[in-house]
Design a protein around this ligand. Structure first.
Ligand code: NAD
Length: 297
């Protein structure tokens, strides 16, 4: 079967490796980012350079977007020279950013009026998962479009689930973020309690991380905290954006999320100190300040 042309918009920490995997799987790909240097590195891997979101959409049957936040998706899809202007009936948009479910539904509606269904398909797994083509992908939107796009999603992810109409993929991603932030905070508290007690923190991490408190986050973020390596895979700024989305969704549902709200305040305190561009493992810095201790080992 002839592979459809894919337009790829947003070549950041997640988008660049995801697009690269599609190229490696022999999908013809046209790529665009508002930062031209990001397009260049993908062109050297075999992609065609797009000059705008509209241009990318006009040359593709499937358009993938993965940009930071709800307003960025609105600009990329609905804005001047956006995807909506370039899309034609029968095209499918796979929107993979983490954004507000309500904004996603509005964007999907605008596209569907042009005969172009949208799937919301946010991801989990970080840049490592993106590079390995091993993301979890949480999908909402028309079932038929999902079936058509499944082979493409399978290039980028391992666990791919369809949850219902547009917006449901984004909502699952918000549930995922609750799990991530509360678990990161748990790891921060384990390590800072160990430091405060004067224990060998690395040994504590190894032992606790092999028992019932083991988690992927303990495994991946623990060593970075011990080595004081705060280089971002996922920034605190994006995490704070996600927690704003979680809080808005919880307000609408009158849903108490006590642990998540507490972590949100800690992340906000780090952002207020200009640390938003550090990786989420830097949450440990907030615990260090609260406890007056230093986590290293
Ligand atoms: P990033 O900031 O590294 O990349 C975003 C890219 O989008 C940038 O290159 C930016 O120039 C581009 N962009 C912004 N507006 C644009 C527009 N209008 N048109 C074209 N390009 C535009 O962000 P990221 O870490 O890749 O995250 C992207 C999305 O994926 C976010 O919604 C984030 O919450 C989500 N996410 C990130 C991770 C992670 O670990 N980094 C994990 C899961 C989900």
């Amino acid at each position: 079967m002839v592979k459809p042309n894919i337009g790829f918009i947003g070549l950041g920490r997640m988008g660049a490796p995801m697009a690269k995997n599609l190229l490696d799987a022999d999908y013809p790909l046209i790529a665009y980012d508002i930062v031209p240097s990001k397009v260049e590195s993908l062109v050297s891997a075999g992609a065609k350079a797009g000059s705008s979101c509209r241009h990318v959409a006009s040359e593709s049957q499937i358009v993938i977007t993965i940009v930071p936040d709800s307003p960025d998706v609105e600009v990329a899809v609905l804005g001047p020279d956006g995807v909506l202007e370039g899309a034609t009936s029968g095209d499918i948009v796979i929107e993979m950013s983490t954004i507000a479910p309500g904004v996603g539904r509005r964007v999907a509606q605008a596209l569907s009026q042009k005969g172009a269904p949208m799937l919301d398909a946010p991801v989990s797994g970080g840049p490592q998962g993106a590079e390995a083509g091993a993301l979890s992908i949480m999908v909402g939107g028309p079932e038929e479009a999902f079936k058509q796009c499944l082979p493409i999603l399978q290039v980028m992810g391992e666990r791919i689930e369809h949850f219902g109409p547009n917006g449901s993929g984004y909502m699952v991603k918000l549930c995922n973020q609750v799990g991530c932030v509360v678990t990161i905070q748990a790891v921060c508290e384990v390590l800072s309690l160990a430091a405060k007690a004067g224990l060998d923190v690395r040994k504590v991490w190894q032992t606790v991380g092999s028992g019932l408190a083991a988690s992927r986050i303990m495994e991946l973020h623990g060593p970075k905290m011990l080595e004081r390596d705060y280089a971002p895979g996922f920034t605190l700024a994006l995490q704070e954006k996600d927690l704003r989305l979680v809080a808005a969704a919880a307000d609408e549902l009158e849903m108490p999320l006590p642990a998540t709200s507490a972590v949100h305040q800690l992340i906000r305190s780090l952002s207020a100190k200009g640390k938003g561009e550090l990786g989420t493992q830097a949450l440990v810095l907030a615990m260090e300040e609260l406890a007056n201790c230093q986590v290293k080992g």
